[in-house]
Design a binder for this molecule. Structure first.
Ligand code: E4P
Length: 218
């Protein structure tokens, strides 16, 4: 499983990218709004930091296929690595289909069932984004959805749509995604940092430092 970072904050993206673990970035209207910066400027800046798939979502208020296709083409024109994120609706599926025919990569977002994922794959989505965290939030096991989509896609040789686990809240969910067969997990920076740490690792580092210092000094 590869890692994307789920943020529109360029400082976080830079720091995570320096660790060498990032294969891409996902943004959404809420994450861009949080930064309070111009949408296309932020996306352009991100493409200069990470050499991987960068998801930029069509405007939250654009609901018709025609509008999403127009915006999708504009997003794709920002950089060759841009992926157009489109919500799971009937109009969204039409837009995914049209953009795919243009050779533009898409990420179908707000997926909560295996059927939605299959529809998106058949429409031509490059990626599907099941939101396991929002399912966990309402006491429905999100990892089961990832297992279902993964098993379903494996049944058909002609599906090459990749599964991006989205809406991740903690390190345990990242492990669940990898075990469930996801291609990618898109993770908030806070969770990436949590994944690095273990109390015994931190304790071990301090012990090594103390033992070394006692004999050799700094
Ligand atoms: C990423 O593709 C999604 O938009 C994001 O992970 C949603 O996360 P949230 O449920 O924390 O808003």
């Amino acid at each position: 499983m590869k890692f994307f970072i789920d943020t529109a904050n360029v400082d976080e993206i830079r720091e995570a990218n320096e660790m060498g673990v990032l294969a891409g970035v996902t943004t959404n209207p809420s994450l861009i709004a949080k930064e309070g910066r111009d949408y296309k400027t932020v996306l352009k800046e991100i493409t200069g930091i990470v050499d991987g798939a960068i998801s930029g979502e069509v405007k939250a208020t654009t609901t018709d296929a025609e509008g999403m296709i127009k915006e999708g083409r504009e997003i794709a024109a920002i950089h060759k690595n841009m992926v157009v994120k489109i919500p799971m609706t009937a109009e969204g599926l039409k837009a995914i289909h049209a953009l795919d025919a243009d050779g533009i990569k898409t990420n179908c977002t707000l997926v909560f069932t295996a059927n939605q994922a299959l529809l998106a794959a058949r429409a031509g989505a490059t990626y599907v984004s099941p939101f396991l965290g929002r399912l966990d939030d309402i006491s429905e096991p999100g990892y089961k959805l990832i297992e279902e989509i993964s098993a379903m896609f494996k049944n058909y040789d002609d599906i090459d749509t990749q599964i991006i686990c989205a809406s991740i809240r903690n390190p345990l969910q990242v492990e669940q995604c990898a075990l469930a067969g996801a291609d990618i997990a898109t993770i908030p920076f806070k969770v990436i940092k949590q994944m690095i740490h273990h109390p015994l690792t931190d304790e071990g580092i301090v012990k090594f430092q103390n033992d070394y210092r006692a004999v050799f000094g700094d």
